[in-house]
Design a binder for this molecule. Structure first.
Ligand SMILES: [Mg+2]
Length: 267
């Protein structure tokens, strides 16, 4: 691993102040006028562990839909996730399953763990420009969760997995669709996401990328992130605390992209 990391504090600009990152070579937020947020484990902290509920309900639905034991449904769920990027995509391709009943069922979860977040609301509200939720979940799920957080009305729209034609965000197609449907110029957009591989496409398109990661979850991807000595090229910024990042209290920016250090393997 050549090159050295320079860790410096950065933050998104408020309406009153737009700090310049010029000179660092890292993509900053000077030009950002469209703020795109993933929902799950990004807008709310991973500690809420909503995915445990969704995960359980996906296997329940598959078991019932296919008439197979729960353990086998669980196995199919994981293998479709690996093969097709999402469990839903696999079920649609292999079993011709209709997406709507599945999405309704898996997202019918208890939102008690999601806290109302006035500080996050203030931080998002202070960002200059348009704000959009861009999720691989359903529209209804995003609406419920953002409503519980107390931030729903700040967003001009929710782009969900149906709008993305069920293609996961690790592929460039959903980004191309979003740019076109919402008239977004990539250089003026920033994407906030908890899955590093979902930032490859927005980075390639010219967006600023922010990885919202967590030391709470022992997901293999999170374990991999913890082992990075240098973030991969497609991750401009990293934070474990979205509100703190947006208000300038925390966050790391990778050194100049031209630093010469070999980027870590993408997650
Ligand atoms: Mg997510």
């Amino acid at each position: 691993m050549g090159g050295e990391t320079e860790r410096r504090r950065t933050r998104a600009p408020s309406r009153a102040e737009a700090p310049s990152l010029a000179g660092t070579g890292a993509r900053g937020f000077e030009r950002t006028r469209v703020w795109l947020f993933d929902l799950d484990n990004t807008l709310y902290p991973a500690e809420c562990n909503l995915f445990a509920q969704v995960d359980q309900r996906m296997a329940e639905f598959i078991a019932k839909f296919l008439g197979v034991p729960f353990a086998y449904a669980k196995h199919l769920q994981k293998s479709y996730y690996r093969q097709f990027g999402t469990t839903l995509a696999g079920m649609m391709r292999v079993h011709r399953m209709e997406p709507t009943p599945f999405l309704d069922y898996v997202h019918d979860i208890d939102l008690t763990p999601v806290p109302e977040s006035p500080a996050l609301r203030a931080a998002i509200d202070a960002l200059p420009g348009r704000k959009i939720i861009f999720t691989a979940g359903s529209h209804r799920h995003a609406e419920r969760v953002a409503g519980k957080l107390g931030v729903l009305d700040l967003f001009e729209d929710i782009i969900d997995i149906v709008d993305s034609d069920f293609v996961p965000k690790e592929k460039p197609e959903p980004y191309h669709r979003m740019l076109k449907s919402h008239n977004v110029t990539p250089e003026t957009a920033a994407m906030f996401e908890d899955m590093p591989h979902n930032l490859v496409a927005p980075h390639a398109l010219g967006m600023t990328t922010v990885l919202v990661h967590s030391s709470y979850i022992d997901h293999p991807i999170q374990l991999k992130i913890r082992n990075w000595t240098v973030p991969p090229e497609h991750v401009h910024h990293m934070t474990e605390d979205l509100t703190a990042f947006l208000t300038g209290k925390t966050g790391l920016v990778r050194k100049a992209e031209a630093a010469g250090g070999a980027p870590a393997e993408p997650g």
